[in-house]
Write a protein that binds this ligand. Structure first.
Ligand code: PMP
Length: 446
């Protein structure tokens, strides 16, 4: 398959093969999990965003496996360096760097980048926040869970502050911080003392034009909540404020600078640790390594996962508990292949200037999507290649997504009526143009 010339081609989706595999999966899988009708044929050609499914359909995948595949399929930028290591079974090893080549050296002649190599890279890309320490885990929820655990441990506080529309994962601690769909929290016991603020719904807003309720009467919700004497939350009792710098599941909401300036000012003034959930927005997706880098905020803890292939909680050493076993996990840091993929992804982003590419291709995509005047679209937004189209209704979004699939373009919903568009970070001009053309055809057909 030639990445520069391949065209999507769909003869019926989902085909008989995909249906059969999805049925087989459902026979055993917990009924509340979802499975896409997209079943990849791993023996058929795939490259970058293009992939062949089990029925021979060639698709342009702009979902990146829910953001967990930052460089698409079979990308030589990851596979070539991975191939250069003589990997042997077992590739999943509980613990740490048990897998090295005799004679290799940690710095001057490193072997396959395992957990330590990944942690070194993560501290490099977070050093502007003074962060020098990492705890690895498996999933985004675990990265968040450990982020809040260390924040509770580091402060005397027992309160937390989260935002409307937030999504932080499905474990009991993380789900207590969710403020998006009811299905995530309903009837589950929650950690106590979590307070909410509105989250910016207008990326251009100022305190004067704000319409989400965060700013009002020359003040803000958070400022009033924490005000000495008159506020209803004692700032000294707050263990952390947690925030997705760009809300993901809540609908790809990009906050205004005014909103983030206020968060930065108040967390600093009240000395409240700021935990940022970069599980969806991090690792170059927005054209900066962390979405936080676009704003004036100074995070104290970063939770990352998805594109990293493992979970990671990153902070300054003093924020982590020193007591042995306070944080630990059998499989934390254990997947040598996951750790290597994460490390090589960071290397590829740096070596191939993929932050600049994400920014340029993102600008191209937004310009083309706006020019296309998609019928039923009410907003096109994004930073880097974290892109979204919002539709007038949920039904319209669903209809466009279905029509897009028939054209060979895979997209995903989020929020109430928004569609995520997630090309790989090394997307080319042609791929962006092709994606917009297919979406435009779909929107006109829907
Ligand atoms: N935080 C954010 C912002 C997410 O988008 C997600 C996953 N959608 C999670 C946490 C949870 O990650 P995981 O599914 O890997 O547990």
């Amino acid at each position: 398959m030639d990445r520069d010339s391949v065209e999507p081609r769909v003869s019926g989706f989902p085909g008989a093969g995909a249906k059969r595999w999805v049925e087989y999966h459902h026979e055993f899988a917990a009924p509340s999990t979802y499975v896409y009708d997209f079943v990849w044929d791993h023996t058929a050609p795939a490259i970058g965003p293009f992939c062949t499914d089990v029925d021979g359909n060639v698709l342009l995948d702009f979902t990146g496996h829910v953001g967990a595949m930052p460089l698409g399929y079979n990308n030589p930028k990851i596979l070539d360096p991975l191939d250069s290591f003589d990997l042997v079974d077992p590739l999943k090893i509980a613990g740490q760097d048990f897998y090295v080549r005799a004679g290799s050296d940690t710095a001057s002649d490193p072997d396959i980048p395992g957990p330590a190599g990944l942690m070194e890279r993560l501290t490099d890309i977070s050093s502007h926040y003074g962060m020098d320490t990492v705890f690895l885990s498996n999933t985004g929820a675990e990265a968040v869970e450990n982020a809040i655990k260390i924040a509770y441990d580091h402060t005397a506080g027992t309160y937390a502050i989260t935002s409307e529309g937030a999504f932080h994962g499905r474990t009991l601690g993380a789900l207590s911080l969710n403020r998006s769909k009811g299905v995530y929290r309903r009837n589950f016991p929650e950690i106590a003392g979590v307070h909410d603020t509105p989250f910016c719904t207008d990326r251009h807003c100022t305190p004067e034009t704000c319409d989400c309720g965060f700013f009002h009467d020359n003040s803000s919700w958070l400022r009033e909540m924490l005000a000495d004497g008159s506020g209803y939350v004692d700032a000294d009792e707050v263990a952390y404020l947690i925030l997705e710098p760009v809300q993901g599941e809540g609908g790809y909401r990009f906050p205004s600078e005014a909103f983030m300036d206020e968060i930065a000012e108040l967390t600093a003034a009240h000395d409240i640790p700021l935990v940022v959930d970069e599980v969806q927005s991090g690792l170059g997706r927005t054209g900066e390594m962390w979405a936080s880098d676009h704003y004036a905020i100074e995070p104290d803890v970063i939770a990352s996962a998805k594109a990293l292939r493992v979970g990671a909680t990153i902070a300054r050493e003093e924020v982590f508990p020193a007591e042995k076993s306070r944080l630990s996990s059998t499989w934390g840091a254990g997947d040598i292949l996951g750790a290597a993929q994460g490390a090589l992804t960071i290397d590829a982003i740096q070596e191939y200037d993929l932050l600049d590419n994400a920014t340029e291709r993102g600008e191209q995509a937004k310009a083309l999507l706006r020019e296309a005047n998609l019928p039923g679209a009410v907003d096109v937004r994004g930073k880097g290649l974290m892109l979204a189209v919002e539709w007038e209704t949920k039904d319209r979004r669903e209809a466009v997504m279905e029509a897009a699939l028939a054209e060979g373009l895979l997209t995903m919903g989020c929020g109430k009526k928004t569609m995520r568009v997630l090309p790989p970070l090394d997307a080319t001009e042609r791929e962006i143009r092709l994606g917009v053309e297919l979406l435009s055809t779909a929107a006109n057909a829907a």
